[in-house]
Design a protein around this ligand. Structure first.
Ligand code: GAR
Length: 208
């Protein structure tokens, strides 16, 4: 069993997708040991409690800079003997020491088809606002490994949806969550914990 922590900042619908997949028996090698939130009062914390998963809050406001915050996060993860991490709507860029410590063991879900609409400043609803403003005809989601550079790590899975005439950022966000993120993320976690993902020269190979 792989000891996993899920890092969240808000609603936690991707966390919920993981909890539901676990409840359905789809994550047999994953032990959900910790939900770690950057914000007090995040709804994700209620989801963790309901599912009986321990949680902690570690707010960036309590630290002098990004590096000190990252060290605090790493310390909590170490305390819980966490082997792999999922960034599921975690809205803070961590310092490179995080990516180094969890190289090829930290997943991120991003609500666009990387390398489009990604990088610093592209998060949450903004991603969908940019996609609609650009007039793209498809968008989607990407699950990738975390590296020091934002949204630039090896890509594990992507799924696309069509953009429809009347889409608003909110409507598009919901479609991408339902049809892409909530499916791809638990699946990638299952593959990771089953040891089926290898990375070579920055590219992911999946052993099915
Ligand atoms: C999700 O759409 C996730 O992909 C996105 O924020 C939302 C969080 O929702 N993450 C990013 O933009 C990170 N760059 P959730 O809290 O309901 O899972």
């Amino acid at each position: 069993m792989m000891r996993v922590a899920v890092l969240v900042s808000g609603g936690g619908s991707n966390l919920q997708a993981i909890l539901d997949a676990k409840a359905r028996g789809e994550l047999p090698q994953t032990e959900l040991c910790l939900v770690l939130s950057s914000a007090h009062g995040a709804y994700a914390l209620e989801r963790a409690e309901k599912a009986g998963v321990p949680s902690e809050v570690c707010s960036p406001k309590d630290y002098a800079d990004r590096s000190a915050y990252t060290d605090a996060i790493l310390e909590i993860l170490q305390k819980h003997r966490i082997e792999a991490v999922v960034l599921a709507g975690f809205m803070f860029m961590l310092s490179p020491q995080f990516a180094e410590k969890y190289e090829n063991r930290a997943l991120n879900v991003h609500p666009a088809l990387i390398p489009s609409f990604c990088g610093p400043g592209y998060y949450g609803l903004k991603v969908h606002e940019y996609a609609l403003a650009a007039g793209v005809k498809v968008s989607g989601a990407t699950v990738h490994f975390v590296t020091a550079e934002t949204d630039a790590g090896p890509i594990i899975a992507q799924k696309a949806v069509e953009i429809l005439e009347d889409d608003t950022p909110e409507v598009l966000q919901r479609r991408i969550m339902e049809q892409c993120e909530w499916i791809l993320l638990p699946r990638a976690l299952a593959l990771l914990s089953e040891g089926k993902i290898t990375v070579e020269n920055g590219r992911v190979h999946i052993d099915n």
